[in-house]
Design a protein around this ligand. Structure first.
Ligand code: BGC
Length: 743
C-alpha cells in the first residue's frame, strides 16, 4: 500500500512537472511570437517604467480619482511604456490595459510599493520579522495581493531582502533584520503569499526581491553609500535571502542604488548576470531602482545618459525605472555597436515572460466587483491585529505586565493617542480607508481604566507637572517613547539612536513618584535606550505596529494575548557600537564583559566607554511565564545534525517558546561568526508542560565560502539550543569526512 501511494505521488509529481514544462514552453512560444512583431521603438517602450500618467486629481490623497490624460493613453496604446508606477484604481487600470491591448497588444505591469500595506496597514517588515512566523508572513502578503489589485496594481516592489547589521541605516525598517536565514524565510513566505501557486489566477500579483545586493552594508549606515565586502561575506550573508527568493519563484528583482566594490549594482554584471542568472538560474526580469540608471552619471562611471544606458543594459538591467536613458539613447547605441540587438531582445523577453506568467495577456483587465468580494476588510483587520500582537517584543518585565484587572492607568505621550504614528514608513498613508487603532483605543477596547494625558511630545514640549498629576492619580503609568516613523525608512539614516527630547525626564519623573512605569517604545529601528531600560519597570518594543497596532499591543499588555515576538536585530547600548550584530566574527583578542571590566578589558576587542555587546540580543524576548531548558543534545545522523532539548514551562501561564539553534565552526580556514542561527522552532507549552523539541539541520548548512567555493569542512562545532543568541549551554559535535561527504 505504502509503495502504491509512493507510486501515485511520483506519478502526480511527474504529471505536474510535465504540465509545468508544457506551460513554460507555451509561455516561451508566446514570448517569441510577441517579440517578433514589435518595432524597435516598441521594444524600447517595453524597457521603460514611466512615472507619469496619474489621474487628473492625483494631487488629492486618493490617486484613483479623476480621469487619465488621453495623451497618456495614446502613448500607452503606441507601446511607449512597458510599465507604469503608482496606484490609480481599477477603472484607470482597466483604461490603461484596454488602450495597451487595442494598440501595441501588450498589457502593462503596474507596480507600487506594497511593503507592509495596501489598504490595510500591517506592522513594518522589521516588526513582522520579530514574529518568526512563516504562515503569518505568507497570509499577510496574500491579503495584500488582493488589496493591491483592488487599488489597480499587479506588481509590488516587495520583499526587501537586505540583511541589515547597522541600526543607523533607516531602511533597516523595511526588511527582516540582521539574520540571513530569517530574512530569507520571510522573503520566500511573502513571495508565496503575493504570487500564490499560480500568479495568473486573478488574486495574486508579481513580487520583486530587492535591493540586490548588500545595500544594508552601506558604510556608516548612510543611505545610498558605497559598499566594499569580501566575496565570502557576500555569498554567506547577503546573497542567501536572494537565492531563497529565486528558489521561491520570485518574478522580478531590483538591484540596489549603491556601488558594490566600486561597481554600482545597477550595472554590475557580476551580480546580475554571473550570479543571479548564471548561478541562481533566475529567468524573470530585473528593474532598476528609481532613476538609478541615470544615477550612474552621478556615481561617476557614466559620462552621460547614453553611457549610462549602455552600462546598465549590458550589466543586466532589463527595465529602467523612471529615468529615460534607455528610450532616449539605445537606438544610437545599437547603431554604434555599443549594445547588441540580442541584448535588447533578451531584456524584452524577460519582461514579456513575466507578463505572460502573470496572465496579463489572457486577463488584461480587473473586475472591481469580484475583487471587492474577495476582500474581507474585517478579516484583514483581524490579521493586522494578530500581526501587531505577534511582532511586539517584551524586553523587560519586573511584574508590571500584564496590567492587573481594575488598575487605574495613566497613559502619557503624543504617540499613545496618534493613529497616524502607528502606520510606518511604507503605509498607504490614507487614514480614511479603515479604522486605525491607537494604544489608547486598544487599552480602552480591552477594558482598561485609562486616563490619557498627552503631557509631552517625543521631541518637543514636556509638561512635567502634567506628568506628575496624571501619575499620582493612577496606579500604573504607561508611556510612549521612541521615535516618529517618519525618521526611519528610505533616506532616513540616523547618527543618534539615543532617545531624543525630554523623554528620559518623563521616565525619571514617573520613577521619582514611585509609580510603576510601563514603557512602550515605537520606532522603525533598534534604538539605544539604556536609561529607559534601567528606569522602566516593563518595556515593550512596539515598532511601527500598523493600523490595528494599538489593539494588538494592548492585547499583549493586558494579557489577552501572550507575548510572542523575539528580536531579529540587536539593541545597542550606544549608537557608537553600531554596526552591532550577534553573528560578528571572532577576533584574536576576544573581549569579555565581567564585573571588573564592564566594557571589556583593555587590549581586547571592545570599547573603553560602552559595552560592545547588545543590551538586548538577537533572538531575545520575554514571556509572562518562565521556560527552562534541560537535556540539550546534539547528534549527527546521516545527512543531518539533530539538536534537541527538553523545554519546560515552569510558570503559571501559557508559553509560546521560540527554541533557537546556534552554531560556531571551531576551527576554519577563515574567521567565522561567533554564533550563527541554524534553525528554530515555535513550541506551545501549557503551564507546567514539558516538551521534547528536536530541530534537524542539513549538514550542508554548516559550510562557508572560500575563494568562491562553498564547502562544509570536517571538524568540531560548538552549538547552543537556546532562547536567544547570548545564552544557552555549550554543546559540541563533530562532522567527520564521511558526514561531510554523505550530505
Ligand atoms: C526605493 C525602492 C522603491 C522605489 C519605487 C526607491 O526610492 O529605493 O525601494 O521600490 O523607490 O518606489
Amino acid at each position: 500500500m505504502k509503495n502504491m501511494c509512493a507510486a501515485v505521488c511520483a506519478l502526480a509529481a511527474l504529471c505536474a512537472a510535465v504540465r509545468c514544462g508544457a506551460a513554460q514552453t507555451d509561455v516561451e512560444r508566446r514570448v517569441e511570437e510577441t517579440l517578433s512583431r514589435l518595432t524597435f521603438e516598441q521594444k524600447l517602450g517595453q524597457l521603460w517604467q514611466f512615472s507619469g500618467g496619474h489621474p487628473s486629481e492625483a494631487a488629492s490623497s486618493d490617486r484613483s480619482k479623476g480621469a487619465l490624460d488621453p495623451k497618456f493613453l495614446e502613448a500607452v496604446g503606441a507601446g511607449r511604456y512597458g510599465s507604469v508606477i503608482g496606484k490609480r484604481g481599477v477603472s484607470n487600470y482597466n483604461a490603461i490595459q484596454r488602450a495597451a491591448m487595442e494598440g501595441v497588444g501588450i498589457p502593462l505591469l503596474i507596480g507600487h510599493d506594497m511593503i507592509h500595506s495596501a489598504t490595510t496597514t500591517y506592522p513594518i517588515p522589521l516588526a513582522m520579522a520579530c514574529a518568526w512566523d512563516e504562515s503569518l508572513w505568507e497570509r499577510t502578503a496574500s491579503a495584500m495581493a488582493v488589496e493591491s489589485l483592488a487599488l489597480g496594481c499587479n506588481w509590488t516592489f516587495t520583499p526587501m531582502l537586505d540583511v541589515a547589521l547597522d541600526a543607523r541605516w533607516g531602511r533597516i525598517a523595511e526588511g527582516g533584520g540582521c539574520e540571513p536565514l530569517v530574512t530569507g524565510l520571510m522573503g520566500a513566505a511573502m513571495i508565496r503569499g503575493f504570487q500564490g501557486s499560480d500568479m495568473a489566477d486573478g488574486l495574486h500579483i508579481a513580487a520583486c526581491a530587492k535591493h540586490y545586493v548588500s545595500y544594508g552594508a552601506s558604510f556608516g549606515g548612510r543611505d545610498y553609500n558605497a559598499v566594499e565586502m569580501s566575496d565570502s561575506t557576500l555569498r554567506d550573508v547577503y546573497l542567501p535571502p536572494f537565492k531563497m527568493a529565486v528558489d521561491a519563484g520570485v518574478a522580478t528583482v531590483m538591484p540596489a542604488f549603491h556601488s558594490f566594490n566600486g561597481v554600482p549594482c545597477s550595472m554590475n554584471s557580476y551580480l546580475l548576470r554571473d550570479i543571479l542568472r548564471g548561478e541562481f538560474g533566475f529567468d524573470g526580469m530585473t528593474i532598476s531602482d528609481w532613476a538609478a540608471v541615470r544615477e550612474l552619471i552621478r556615481h561617476g562611471v557614466a559620462a552621460d545618459k547614453a553611457d549610462a544606458a549602455v552600462l546598465a543594459l549590458n550589466g543586466g538591467i532589463d527595465m529602467e525605472m523612471v529615468s529615460d536613458c534607455y528610450v532616449e539613447t539605445l537606438k544610437s547605441a545599437v547603431e554604434r555597436g555599443r549594445v547588441t540587438m540580442k541584448t535588447i531582445d533578451d531584456a524584452v523577453r524577460n519582461i514579456l515572460r513575466v507578463k505572460f506568467r502573470l496572465g496579463l495577456f489572457d486577463r488584461p483587465t480587473l473586475d472591481a466587483d469580484a475583487l471587492a468580494k474577495a476582500i474581507d476588510p474585517a478579516a484583514n483587520r483581524a490579521l493586522a491585529r494578530e500581526c501587531a500582537r505577534k511582532s511586539c517584543v517584551l524586553l523587560k518585565n519586573d511584574g508590571a505586565l500584564p496590567l492587573k484587572k481594575g488598575v487605574k492607568v495613566a497613559l502619557l505621550g503624543d504617540l499613545s493617542a496618534s493613529d497616524w504614528q502607528m502606520l510606518g514608513c511604507w503605509s498607504t498613508r490614507d487614514l480614511s480607508n479603515f479604522e486605525n487603532a491607537t494604544l489608547l483605543d486598544g487599552l480602552k477596547a480591552d477594558g482598561v481604566d485609562v486616563n490619557y494625558v498627552e503631557a509631552y511630545t517625543l521631541t518637543g514640549r514636556v509638561d512635567l507637572a502634567a506628568v506628575e498629576a496624571a501619575a499620582l492619580a493612577a496606579d500604573v503609568v504607561v508611556a510612549a517613547f521612541g521615535d516618529y516613523w517618519e525618521n526611519s525608512g528610505e533616506g532616513n539614516s540616523s547618527a543618534i539612536l539615543e532617545l531624543k527630547g525630554g523623554q528620559m525626564k518623563v521616565a525619571e519623573k514617573v520613577k521619582s513618584l514611585g509609580k510603576p512605569l510601563v514603557a512602550v517604545v515605537f520606532g522603525g529601528r533598534p534604538m539605544a535606550f539604556l536609561g529607559l531600560a534601567k528606569t522602566a519597570d516593563a518595556l515593550v518594543m512596539a515598532w511601527n505596529p500598523g493600523g490595528c497596532g494599538g489593539w494588538g499591543i494592548a492585547d499583549v499588555m493586558t494579557g489577552l494575548a501572550e507575548p510572542w515576538g523575539r528580536l531579529t536585530v540587536d539593541m545597542p547600548y550606544a549608537t557608537g557600537t553600531c554596526p552591532l550584530y550577534y553573528s560578528r566574527t571572532t577576533t584574536g583578542r576576544p573581549a569579555a564583559i565581567t564585573a571588573e571590566h564592564p566594557f571589556g578589558k583593555r587590549y581586547t576587542s571592545c570599547y573603553n566607554d560602552a559595552p560592545f555587546v547588545a543590551l538586548y540580543p538577537f533572538g531575545y524576548g520575554l514571556t509572562y511565564t518562565s521556560v527552562k531548558y534541560s537535556g540539550e543534545k546534539v547528534a549527527v545522523e546521516g545527512g543531518e545534525v539533530v539538536f534537541s532539548a527538553d523545554v519546560a514551562n515552569t510558570g503559571a501561564r501559557e508559553a509560546n517558546e521560540l527554541v533557537q539553534v546556534y552554531v560556531r565552526d571551531e576551527v576554519a580556514r577563515i574567521v567565522r561568526p561567533r554564533r550563527e542561527l541554524k534553525g528554530f522552532k515555535r513550541v506551545a507549552l501549557r503551564a507546567g508542560e514539558t516538551k521534547h523539541v528536536e530541530i534537524r539541520v542539513p549538514v550542508s548548512s554548516f559550510g562557508y565560502t572560500l575563494n568562491g567555493v562553498r564547502a562544509v569542512e570536517p571538524g568540531w562545532f560548538t552549538a547552543w539550543v537556546a532562547p536567544d543568541s547570548d545564552s544557552g549551554r555549550r554543546l559540541r559535535f563533530e562532522l567527520s569526512a564521511a558526514d561531510v561527504a554523505s550530505r
